[in-house]
Design a binder for this molecule. Structure first.
Ligand code: 5GP
Ligand code: MG
Ligand code: MG
Length: 178
């Protein structure tokens, strides 16, 4: 595993991103719709920098099992339990990769008739994009690679690492148990 972004770099980037969000939203209340499980650590840090009124909601979708490539349309495993009509939604995910997850979820969330929907990701991994979607807010840009740590997993491992690492070919071949 190769270190890509240290915890200090991540903290600085999240702080800078939060400053942009604070400027853009002003006093307007925002609903963070956080995608479990990968975005939870990012959202926890981000929301503590936000100065507008913040509500936290969670969804869980699955697009990947043990693979590292997208399987197409994400399945909703946990949906919102309340309507978000007239709310300002900030959809928070760990990584924007092919774009399929955020594309489908933005469409799904439009059924709530929110006042606005914007997307916010820890990492914008731009090389494999399949649909025309851009993150409104991204803390880190990355061309390619499969990353873990800071909430992100490979086979449910590594979410607890406090920095972001790139998995290399030999890590992907290895079994995930010790
Ligand atoms: P997309 O639908 O944009 O292809 O994929 C988004 C989802 O794929 C992310 O929420 C994340 O769960 C997963 N994903 C994409 N790239 C990576 C990666 O490099 N590492 C990890 N751990 N997950 C990834
Ligand atoms: Mg995800
Ligand atoms: Mg995952």
């Amino acid at each position: 595993m190769k270190l890509l972004f240290s915890k200090e770099v991540i903290a600085r980037r999240i702080g800078q991103l939060a400053a942009r969000i604070n400027r853009d939203y002003g006093e307007r209340p925002v609903v963070l719709v956080v995608l479990l499980k990968g975005a939870q650590l990012f959202a926890a840090d981000l929301c503590r920098h936000l100065t507008c009124p913040v509500r936290l909601e969670f969804m869980r979708v699955c697009s990947y099992g043990a693979e590292t490539a997208s399987s197409g349309c994400p399945r909703i495993l946990l949906d919102l339990d309340e309507q978000l009509r007239d709310c300002h939604i900030l959809l928070v995910d760990d990584i924007l990769d092919t774009g399929l997850t955020l594309h489908h979820l933005s469409r799904h969330l439009r059924q709530h008739q929110p006042a606005s929907i914007r997307t916010c990701v820890l990492i914008d991994k731009y090389e494999r994009r399949q649909v025309a979607i851009a993150a409104d807010y991204a803390a880190i840009e990355l061309q390619q690679g499969f990353v873990v740590g800071f909430g992100m997993d490979y086979n449910e491992q590594y979410r607890n690492l406090d920095a972001i690492y790139c998995l290399e070919a030999e890590d992907l071949a290895k079994e995930s148990h010790p």
